[in-house]
Design a protein around this ligand. Structure first.
Ligand SMILES: Nc1ncnc2c1ncn2[C@@H]1O[C@H](COP(=O)(O)OP(=O)(O)O)[C@@H](O)[C@H]1O
Ligand SMILES: [Mg+2]
Length: 390
């Protein structure tokens, strides 16, 4: 598969039609890989093992959910495994493999027992906003075939300071009663509450309640917490988790995959891929999803209707210009300046980013001779090797 990808990338420069065919083939192949009977059977085995191990009552759409006694606000939101899940999260290989193993442990419970070990039951996800923590928590729950009981602690804590501890107790009682994944999103709200607190005693009580609840949940169910501010967490709370997973921003491969998923059915033509690679470098998954929507919006307004939707480099550049103007804060100022400034300035930046002469000519909508006159191109990309061989 890797070699086909290389071939596709090499072809992209000469024969975009053939390259597009290979892209479709690769996409189909990767889908088949996800959906093979073996993978499905493994997932089912995992889900059966989770049920056997965790016990608890069946949580259904008719199960009454807990509410705050005074305000009547719901304390949880439940996402069921068959709810429409959106796209799957894409991570750099090391994290993707770790997540796969985390799910695979549930198929090896017997072996784990022989080794006197237990599967992971409490995971903390941390990382910048928009890197896919919430999406990952739901993905794990879906793959264990369990409902995801989501509590946003910021709502639970800040709005009802006087009754926070009680609400946390109610929340855990609910989660412990049913077979589910308990997902504590915005987990740092507890620590933040400590700074905002007018009454220190209350906050101590809240943190102690949380620690007790986490301890009491030991072995009762799967718990996932997520935070954008891991440094704010109490060290005692931090220690309660047996996996503390840093969710990073996407690497180049993950960025390309997130783009492809979010752009579908739009396909990228020729140098458009290289332009987007430059544009999305350093962005989070959420930012990339929003770039993709903006590109589609631009295409709907300015593109031709009918036919297979292809995004050509010059139109992509126009779409990205528009996006950069409207979302300048997402990018470093140089990138915004390059996009919105003169063609020569952008060309220079693209040279620096490793785009070759052909790619730049396509993007800027000029002939290659114009490009070679305006910039002394150092030649082929650092990133992608000479003549497409890497
Ligand atoms: N790693 C990723 N892979 C695919 N899509 C992502 C990724 N990270 C973020 N996204 C997109 O951004 C959206 C918001 O991500 P989210 O899970 O809420 O981030 P976080 O919880 O870390 O703030 C997701 O629904 C998805 O569309
Ligand atoms: Mg989130």
């Amino acid at each position: 598969m890797h070699h086909v990808t290389q071939l596709r990338d090499a072809l992209a420069k000469q024969d975009s039609e053939q390259a597009a065919k290979l892209t479709r083939l690769l996409t189909a192949a990767s889908k088949r890989q996800d959906m093979t009977p073996v993978a499905f059977e493994e997932m089912r085995q995992g889900a059966v093992a989770v049920r056997a191990r965790l016990g608890g009552e069946l949580l259904t759409r008719n199960t009454p959910i807990p509410h705050d006694r005074e305000s009547g606000a719901a304390l949880v939101r439940i996402v069921f495994p068959d709810d429409p899940g959106g796209l799957e999260p894409v991570f750099p290989p090391a994290l993707a493999e770790a997540v796969r193993d985390l799910l695979a442990e549930w198929r090896k419970l017997d072996r784990l027992a022989e080794l006197r070990a237990a599967p992971h039951l409490r995971c903390l996800l941390y990382g910048e906003p928009g890197v896919g923590k919430t999406q990952l928590a739901r993905y794990i729950a879906r793959h264990l075939d369990l409902p995801c009981v989501e509590a946003r602690l910021d709502g639970l804590v800040s709005s009802f300071l006087g009754t926070t501890a009680r609400n946390i107790g109610v929340l855990f009682d609910f989660a412990n009663r049913y077979r589910c994944v308990l997902f504590l999103d915005e987990f740092d709200a507890l620590a933040k509450a400590r700074d905002d607190a007018h009454e220190l005693g209350e906050i101590k009580r809240v943190v102690n309640t949380l620690l007790q609840c986490l301890d009491a949940r030991e072995g009762r169910g799967f718990t996932i917490a997520a935070t954008n501010h891991e440094h704010l967490l109490d060290s005692a709370v931090w220690r309660r988790f047996d996996a503390r997973i840093k969710v990073p921003k996407p690497d180049a491969g993950a960025r390309a995959q997130i783009l492809e998923g979010n752009l579908r059915p739009v396909e990228l033509d020729g140098a458009a891929r290289a332009l987007l690679d430059w544009m999305t470098d350093g962005l989070t998954g959420a930012d990339i999803a929003s770039v993709a929507s903006a590109v589609k919006r631009y295409m709907a307004v300015h593109g031709e209707a009918g036919g297979s939707p292809r995004m050509y480099p010059a139109m992509l550049l126009a779409a990205l210009r528009r996006y950069a103007v409207m979302n300048a804060k997402q990018f470093d100022p140089e990138r915004v300046d390059a996009l919105t400034g003169s063609r020569e300035a952008l060309d220079k930046v693209l040279v620096g980013a490793g785009l070759n002469q052909t790619e730049r000519a396509e993007i800027l909508g000029v002939s290659q001779s114009t490009i070679s006159r305006s910039a002394r191109s150092p030649g082929r990309s650092r990133k992608r090797g000479m003549n497409g061989q890497s």
